[in-house]
Every structure is written in structure tokens, then in C-alpha cells.
Design a protein around this ligand. Sequence first.
Ligand SMILES: [Zn+2]
Ligand SMILES: [Zn+2]
Length: 355
Amino acid sequence: MAIREGCWDCPTCGSVALPGRQVNCTGCGNPRPQGTRFYLPEDAPEVSDAVRLAQARGGADWVCEHCGASARAVDARCPGCGAERGSSAVQATHEYGMDDVPRSGEPTRPRMAASTAAPPRPKRRWKGPAFVLALLGAFGWCNSPKEVTATVAEADWQRAIEVQEYRTVREEDWSLPSGARQLSSERAIRDYRQVLDHYETRTRQVSEKVQVGTRSFTCGQRDMGNGYFEDITCTEPEYETRSHTEEYQEPIYRREPVYGTKYSYELERWLPDDTAWARGGAEKEPAWPAVRIGKNEREGARVEKYVLRFRDEDGKTYEREVPMSQFSRYRPGQQVRLKMRRGGGGEVEIVEPES
Ligand SMILES: [Zn+2]
Ligand SMILES: [Zn+2]
């Protein structure tokens, strides 16, 4: 485990980057005080000298409780006043993760003098919705509905009634509906199902993660409390992906027909026979067409459609299918406001006056 020498800054005279092993400041000569913060520059070289290594491994330094001098772990007496170590405090040791290792001296606190301080930066203010709307106005808003004034040009309506006839039909099905008269029946393939036939032995490649060993790496630094730092080593498993061939049983299926009885029969059903239409414009009130019901006939479904066509000041035309209730409120020549959606295929909506 590699050992490197760190640095410290003198709090008395402000000298920086003093070699970690120095127990006195080389600037002012004062002892390195209790609680000194050691740091390890990124490029600190590994210590190889045997004497220094022994010094590093000797233990944390201590600070004389009588005179404040800094002493090494091997010193039995204070190098300053000669007193015995007694209950003198020891420099603290720390363990750091790689990302937390102190790499430089702590920045000196800014002085109180404000004359050189930069003026406070104006805060960026939220400019409010009006500003955003102005921006949108400048660049356009893709889907904003556009309104135009137009005149009702035409009003068309259509109404239809289906006429159904009760007729005999011939059909086939897998069951006989009630009231049907059977003509014939036969056995026929109705469906297919998958049936397990057999298994086939096949091979496939299978891969798995196998631990092949462990890897050691430096995961942190230990501040030894005497100016030196030591690597903290962690280990993690190392894996390898290995693949091999394995045999397996693949199920093989076959398609098997499912038989059923198919009936051929005759039956009476109501079927569309004719459609009666009524059409008109604004001059005629919408009405249902007259229907002539013959023998074995009845009225079927009813459909109705009401369309208004508009023309704007530029001569552009628009069309809108509306319900009967809305249709009856508009006459040709009447002015309306139309709202249209861009990208909506020219679809318009009538802006109804508020009542
Ligand atoms: Zn100093
Ligand atoms: Zn002392």
C-alpha cells in the first residue's frame, strides 16, 4: 500500500503547502497545531525512502499539552519543553473515499472589507404571462383557431327511409337458427388446432457470468495524522462471460382439423329492398319522404343529413354538417362567425351568438 506525503498550511503566518512531515512551520517557526488539516495534492509522489516510511507508519503525531509543540509518535518527551507525553492530544486520523480526499488547502476566509466586492448581481425575474403571449404573437401559434365572418350561401337537407322486404333466403351455418327449414347437412372442417406431436432434441448456446477472481484497487486515502497519507485498498469480484452448448427438447406441433356439422337451410328475413329519398334547400322545410309499403314490406332505418355552406368576404367557401336543431336557425344571406382549426382539414365551427 503506497504512502504519499501530504501538505499543510500554517494558520499563524499563512505559509502554504508546507511538507506534511514538518512539525514546525518553515516560514515562522511556530509548531504545527492540534487539528491541522492535512491535504494530498493530486501529483504527490509515492514515498520510497525507508526512514520516511517508518516515520509514516510510526503513528499519529501529538501536541504537547504544556507548550503546544508538535511531536512525533516515537518522541517520548516534548521536543519543545522536555515534558513527558502524558495525556497530550494526538492528531486525528481520517479515512477518505477517493472523491473526498482533500487536494488543496482550505480557501482563506474572505476579508470583511467590502470595497473590492462585486456588486450583487440582479436576479433574473420571471417576466410574466403577458411577455410569453407577446412572444407567441410574434412567432405565431400553430393551432390557434382563426375566425372569419361569412354569409350562409346554401342550406341543403336530405332525408331517407329504407324499405325492407320479408324474403326467403338460403344460408349456411354451424347451427340451425330457430324457424329455419333445413335443406341438407354435411361434415366439414370448422377449425384447426395445434396438437403436440413429438419432441426434437436440439442444441443451443447458453452463456453465464462466472467469477474468475478478485481485483484490488485504491478506493480511498487514509490521513495518518502525521502528514502522510496511505492508500486504502478495496477488492471487487471479477467476472467472465462463458458460453457452452446445451441440449434441449423442442416441442413439435402438428395442425389437426376440427370437424363440425354445417347446415344448409332456408329462412325468412327482413332485407333492404328500396330507399325513399327527400331532398331540399332553404325554400322547403325538411320533411320525410312518402313511403309506399307493399305486401311483405315495412319501413326500415331512417337517415337525415343537414349541410350549411358559407362564403366569406374573399369568396372562399366552407361547409359544415349540423344537427337539425341548428340547421333550422340559419337562412341564406345570414351573417355568421366561423371558427376554423388549422391542420384540421378545413373544418369549421359556427360561433353561436350568446343568447
Ligand atoms: Zn508559519
Ligand atoms: Zn512541550
